[in-house]
Design a protein around this ligand. Structure first.
Ligand code: IMP
Length: 423
């Protein structure tokens, strides 16, 4: 059986958690392939809201096995909190949640290094979630990291000590005023590691490939978004992993030829948290409306998200790099009541009109060129069939489909599982 991928096409926060949760009934295995607790995947059902950071979004369904893949970085402390939050649901976590031995661990000193690095950058800071993501991936590629499988080795604490000591030296060298009590942080860390060790560690690439041979259906769940990809995103204002389709191959050990569907998730407009270029960002009343109606606050950090119109140039780029086969439009309901809706279809770049993403999309180089669409007044949050959507929205969707040459298969009209229209 093939592996299907689910990815965010913008700067994250597209609503991947909700869609994985909706799709899980069709899959035997849900596997996260990159990122870490910088992600906040929000799920709403039965009048309750849950935010997952590391645990795959299929965890609430009885039929699915959830795997944290080798490409993910795990902070045991946050992981333990996530597990604690799940206790009230009486889920069989021991058999439903499996962890790759090759996933890297986020140490308390990685978080401190993230803080020191950001502080040292001043105004040029990335706007990191301060979860230690960058420093952990640096240790991974620098071949210094500690992996989940190392926890099974007798000398892992010695290796921990060596790495943490090295980090302390690095933190000092930043010369920033970073206050911390490492003893306290380590106490919490080792307690959390003991909880993590109660779970089943697996050789996930072997598990997933065997499952494929046995005919099991697998959905690979991405985190963040394509424009935050370490290679193809708005570098250096990106995260430290490959958020695009290729990341599923390296983050799970599945071959490119085994990938079938690629679900690309995008919001009907655009948001971004943290620093970095954002050509269609709005600083007017429309931007405020999107933020307010869309409740645009980060699920992990609570920071307000920057809001703007849909950027089709950037979306086309993401569709291409990921090989998206189906589009899922999220938060269409947030646009209800707007008189005019704008879509960026090209950029003015060095005096010329271009329709591709150039090397730099900093605002001093780029001016978005918009096409305008008529809005709609109707509240669509209770609509459950595509035929009942307002004509203006259907025209907006058709335009996007034509421009991207990929069908919009799902339109989400609210955060709840039930507010999902299949086309
Ligand atoms: P880091 O991944 O914490 O190092 O953050 C790097 C950049 O990616 C910052 O701009 C963050 O705001 C952004 N970022 C990281 N994770 C997410 C996410 O899950 N959603 C949206 N933005 C994210």
């Amino acid at each position: 059986m093939a592996v299907d991928l689910l990815l965010g096409l913008q700067w994250g926060d597209e609503g991947k958690g909700k869609i994985v949760d909706v799709l899980t009934k069709d899959y035997n295995i849900i596997a996260r392939f990159q990122g870490g607790p910088n992600a906040g995947h929000t799920l709403e059902f039965d009048g309750m809201k849950h935010v997952l950071h590391t645990i795959p979004s299929g965890i609430f369904h009885d039929n699915a096995i959830n795997i944290v893949g080798n490409g993910v970085v795990i902070d045991p402390v946050i992981f333990k909190k996530e597990l604690d939050n799940l206790k009230k649901f009486d889920l069989d976590i021991q058999s439903k949640l499996l962890i790759s031995r090759k996933a890297h661990l986020i140490l308390p000193t990685h978080r401190l290094l993230d803080a020191a690095s950001e502080a040292s950058k001043g105004k040029a800071k990335i706007g990191s979630t301060l979860k230690g993501i960058g420093p952990t991936y640096m240790d991974k590629t620098g071949r210094n990291g500690i992996r989940v499988g190392d926890l099974e080795l007798p000398d892992w604490k010695e290796r921990y000590r060596n790495l943490a000591d090295k980090h302390e030296g690095m933190i000092k060298s930043f010369n920033m005023d970073i206050q911390y009590d490492l003893k306290e942080l380590e106490e919490e860390f080792f307690e959390a590691v003991a909880v993590l060790r109660e779970l089943k560690f697996i050789d996930s690439e072997n598990y997933i490939n065997t499952a494929q041979r046995e005919g099991k259906t697998i959905l690979a769940e991405g985190a963040q978004g394509s424009l935050l990809d370490i290679d193809f995103g708005t570098y250096p204002f990106v995260t430290s992993s490959n958020t695009t389709a290729a990341g599923a191959c390296t983050g799970l050990g599945v071959s490119p030829s085994s990938i079938d569907k690629v679900y690309g998730i995008f919001k009907a407009y655009t948001t971004r948290v943290g620093s970095g270029p954002f050509p269609t960002e709005l600083f007017d009343e429309d931007g405020e409306t999107l933020a307010r109606v869309g409740n645009e606050f980060g699920a992990t950090t609570g920071r307000p998200r920057r809001c703007g119109w849909l950027d089709l140039v950037a979306l086309k780029y993401a569709v291409e790099i990921n090989g998206v086969t189906e589009l899922f439009m999220m938060k269409a309901d947030v646009l209800s009541g707007m008189k005019t809706i704008k879509v960026c279809t090209a950029y003015e770049y060095q005096g010329e009109r271009i329709e591709h993403l150039p090397y730099s999309i900093e605002e001093e180089y780029i001016k978005p060129i918009y096409q305008e669409f008529e809005g709609w007044e109707e509240d669509i949050t209770k609509v459950r069939s595509a035929d009942d959507l307002p004509q203006a929205l259907l025209e907006y969707i058709s335009f996007i489909e034509k421009e991207l040459n990929v069908p919009v298969k799902v339109v989400s009209v609210g955060p709840d599982r039930t507010q999902t229209i299949h086309r």
